[in-house]
Design a protein around this ligand. Sequence first.
Ligand code: B30
Ligand code: ZN
Length: 267
Amino acid sequence: EHVNFGYSGSHGPDHWAENYDTCVGKHQSPINIQEHDVRDINLPLLIFSGLDTPRKFFLINNGHTALLYSSKDNKQFYMSGGPLNGIYVFEQLHFHWGENDREGSEDLINNHSFAMELHAVFYKDKYGSMNDAIHNPDGLAVIAFFFEAEVNDRANPLFDTIVEALPKIEKVGTEIQLSENMHLGHLLNPAGPPSDRMQNYFTYNGSLTTPPCSEVVTWIDFKYPLYLSHLQIAAFRNIRGFEGHKLTHNFRPVQPLSDRRVLHNLP
Ligand code: B30
Ligand code: ZN
């Protein structure tokens, strides 16, 4: 669909606003989260339901990222609480990365770029679908996990199923079903619930980080990163973008904070 945006040259982030007005809005994502500017608060517990059910996933190269979705019964995987009002249903998860391990995340923390960032996208249940939710200011919630390259270059076995499938979706539009049922709970919260890890997060109101840049996202960024090996991260750089060359990087540069305030939930 949106073949007319990319991450470099005449389709790069500096040109998105030529086709999508909202991309120059005042509440855009990503941002640089400065810890000395955040307000510490105590939000209600962020609650996940259905994380522990193993499910079938499909992996697709949509030309902008490697994206995973689950075929059915997403209503059983939802979150609520924390900064959210109401129930948010899981839609998809995808990744952002850079040309090397020193860049790749979209949000930054204290000017620090992480090697990769995972976004799990949820839409507000009362809007019924992603497409309808996207037209409402409280329509979406995205949880973000940062990744560092493991210094000892140990692979993270939890991500092997995804990483090993990447060569099969090199071409734009290719899609495969993952061989193993995945357990999102293990993937995202390796310590296993109950854990404080997923209560220690930054939250702010922002936008989709790609066109149409809709300002409808409650961002929830977990403070502590996950780890992958250098080689696991590098595997993402081999999938192809729309012009057939490698999608070496797919992160948007940070946008002005403007009048917004980032909150830090103290677990
Ligand atoms: S993000 O998490 O802020 N990076 C969308 C969802 C989450 C983010 C960015 C975009 C989204 O749903 N966009 C519209 C749907 N598009 C995907 C896309 O990125 O642009 C699906 C499509 O059209 O087939 Cu092209
Ligand atoms: Zn994203």
